[in-house]
Design a protein around this ligand. Structure first.
Ligand SMILES: [Zn+2]
Length: 295
């Protein structure tokens, strides 16, 4: 399995199950002196194959989202590392609820139904910072802070082979996702620019995998989705609408799959971030009766 997915010397790409669609993701295995997994949400079959091959010393979570962390619990001997801004949400359920905003829903139902594995809290052993060089003995990676998706969202640059793993700057057809209350639209765009300026030979993402061609063009198309969403919101706000009516328009998700309550929540959070941005640029106003209208 690992030989077939060799990305560079001692670096293996782990394909997420079900095409790495939520709640799965692609990951990396660093088979150096120190054995490292980057993210753990690739699924049980992959996890079992890895465990027969290697004893994992460290799991680095690129951010706190469940689809990147849900395998952590099966590697009880491994330390968890993460960026210091996302460490709190990995350290406690309370903080997870605050960072994600899922505490706004009924937290008990949300956690039990959608995130049953997160009841076990697992402290982060090492908090990472931007630019830090991690030498695993045979493989050297640099931490690249790419905030926006979450505050502590990070990627990893492998200078030797000019490969960048940029996690959930995922170049998916859905587009950028900023449905956690701690997500930040402007920082997300800045992080896409940072990836563009690094201009790696190979880009690896958590949900679309290994990309070697038209990287700059794909990053531009991905960034343009922010503007396309702005345009759809402004068009529909030719007539004033309140937030619930806007959520009903399904401007971002297009359709609300199950669990609908959760997807509606993500749609609302992402809309709120666009509205905040459009109000600050005086393209939308909030009316006296709590409705939004394009100027
Ligand atoms: Zn994510």
């Amino acid at each position: 399995m690992f030989k077939a997915n060799k990305l560079a010397e001692k670096i293996y790409f782990i394909t997420g199950e079900r095409d790495a669609k939520y709640p799965y993701c692609h990951g990396l295995l660093i088979d150096a002196d120190i054995k490292v997994l980057i993210d753990s949400g690739f699924g049980h079959k992959r996890r079992k194959a890895i465990q027969t091959y290697v004893d994992v010393d460290v799991i680095i979570n690129t951010h706190f989202h469940y689809d990147h962390t849900n395998g952590n619990r099966f590697f009880s001997g491994a330390q968890i590392w993460a960026h210091y801004l996302d460490a709190p949400a990995l350290n406690s359920k309370e903080s997870f609820l605050t960072h994600s905003g899922l505490g706004r829903l009924n937290p008990r139902i949300t956690m039990e139904k959608y995130f049953p594995d997160l009841v076990k809290e697992r402290p982060v052993a090492r908090e990472l910072v931007d630019g830090e060089i991690l030498d695993f003995g045979g493989v050297v990676l640099q931490v690249i802070h790419l905030p926006g998706h979450t505050p502590g969202h990070i990627g990893f640059y492998h200078p030797k082979d000019d490969i960048l793993f940029c996690s959930d700057i995922d170049l998916s057809s859905f587009g950028p996702w900023y449905g956690s209350v701690c997500s930040n639209l402007a920082l997300f765009i800045d992080s896409i620019h940072k990836v563009k300026s690094l201009n790696p030979r190979v880009l690896v993402t958590s949900h679309t995998g290994i990309i070697t061609d038209r990287i700059a063009e794909r990053l531009n198309a991905y960034e343009n989705i922010f503007a396309e969403r702005d345009y759809r919101i402004l068009s529909t706000l030719a007539v004033e609408k309140n937030l619930n009516e806007l959520v009903d328009e399904k401007l971002i998700y297009k359709k609300f799959i199950k669990p609908e309550r959760l997807i509606r929540f993500f749609e609302q959070v992402m809309l709120e971030k666009h509205l905040e941005h459009l109000i600050s640029r005086e393209k939308v106003i909030l009316t006296a009766n709590n409705c939004y209208k394009a100027c």
